[in-house]
Design a protein around this ligand. Structure first.
Ligand SMILES: NC(=O)c1ccc[n+]([C@@H]2O[C@H](COP(=O)([O-])OP(=O)(O)OC[C@H]3O[C@@H](n4cnc5c(N)ncnc54)[C@H](OP(=O)(O)O)[C@@H]3O)[C@@H](O)[C@H]2O)c1
Length: 331
């Protein structure tokens, strides 16, 4: 199958390209060339999707059998992709579970749960998905929407609960305590990029999936505290988890705290039954410990783990937390 992928050198998209090549597809990566070379065996088209006319004309000329859009973030970009890929047999939009928001009527949330996005990212992705679905109902545009939750891999690094920060891995190595939000018991799902790629690849020859939306997560979920403990096992050192109430964390103005506020502080778990039913190729097999080990190795190679001794905020918050005297305890 001749497959076009918008992206192809990013966190998830690199694994998708490698999986498609392994399955014998003819793969073209469409990107600006800023994110490094495309995986060996793939073809590269240097295009910026924001050069809209060039992008749409080039894509129409390609006549892909199927296409995947990894970088569609707005209704305008979705409308452009609908024009660009109007002749493909099947088109996958990589959306996000952030379209659901954080206020749930039931958990795990299935695809038909109401959408209540709370961030511009979630709102714009939801608007993009709506453009695709409207094009499907109006003109038969062959859309399949896939909504990943946290999908981690060597290119992105290992996230933590309270901020977009990688120094926590160095803190574990040095035996320093790390912060969690509240009791660290917010539930989350973690999927390795190579496992996510199986779902994207498995969809491409399934016209029966057109018009459908799929959550992309493992069945398993865990608390953030346990997630951090798995990292400790991988790194071979156990450290204390220090819980701080959400409102207090908020008041400390931690750098890159938004991700905690918007997602990681909350129970956000999704139901993947529909994906397992319709795409049997989606069989996640990389355990969190295995995936973490691979990512940490890559982060070390790329020098992505900062020296925690040069970052002060976490020690300062932990010190302040430990001076708080519980009610009823005399000094
Ligand atoms: N990782 C997660 O946990 C997660 C969770 C939910 C949803 N998602 C979704 O997953 C997608 C991200 O996938 P990813 O991680 O594989 O991609 P990525 O890391 O965001 O990489 C972006 C890719 O797109 C290319 N690109 C960026 N801007 C471009 C432009 N203007 N024109 C053409 N190409 C461009 C980049 O190459 P150049 O820079 O060279 O152009 C690169 O190949 C997003 O849609 C995101 O919303 C991710």
């Amino acid at each position: 199958m001749k497959v076009g992928i918008l992206g192809g050198t990013g966190n998830i998209s690199t694994s998708i390209v490698k999986t498609l090549l392994r399955l014998g597809h003819d793969v073209t990566c469409v990107n600006r060339g800023q994110g490094g070379p495309v995986p060996e065996g793939a073809r590269w088209l240097q295009i910026d999707r924001h050069d809209q006319d060039d992008f749409e004309e080039s894509m129409q000329r390609e006549r892909f059998d199927a296409a995947i859009d990894m970088i569609c973030f707005t209704a305008g970009e979705a409308a452009s992709s609908v024009r660009a890929f109007r002749d493909v047999g099947l088109f996958v939009q990589c959306s996000t579970v952030c379209t659901f928001g954080i206020d749930y009527d039931w958990l795990p949330a299935s695809e038909d749960h109401p959408l209540r996005p709370i961030t511009d990212y979630g709102r714009n992705k939801a608007a993009a998905d709506a453009v695709y679905l409207e094009a499907h109902y109006r003109d038969g545009f062959p859309i399949v929407i896939i909504k990943p939750s946290t999908t981690y891999g060597p290119q992105q690094g290992l996230v933590r609960q309270i901020a977009w920060d990688y120094s926590w891995l160095d803190r574990i190595r040095k035996g320093k305590p790390i912060l969690v939000c509240g009791d660290g018991n917010a539930l989350h799902q973690f999927l390795y990029v190579d496992d996510a790629a199986l779902a994207f690849a498995g969809l491409l020859d399934k016209p029966q999936c057109i018009g459908q939306t799929y959550n992309l997560v493992r069945r398993e979920f865990m608390t953030w505290a346990d997630y951090h403990r798995v990292a400790m096992e991988v790194l071979g050192r156990s450290v204390e988890l220090v819980g701080v109430p959400f409102a207090n964390l908020q008041a400390y103005h931690i750098p890159e705290f938004d991700i905690c506020e918007e997602i990681f502080a909350h129970h956000v778990i999704y139901d993947p039954q529909k994906l397992f039913r319709d795409v049997p190729e989606f069989q996640p097999s990389v355990s969190l410990a295995e995936g973490m080990a691979q990512v940490i190795e890559a982060m070390d190679r790329e020098g992505q783990i900062p020296d925690s001794d040069e970052i002060e905020w976490e020690d300062a918050i932990i010190a302040a937390q430990k001076t708080v005297v519980p009610a009823g305890v005399a000094r």
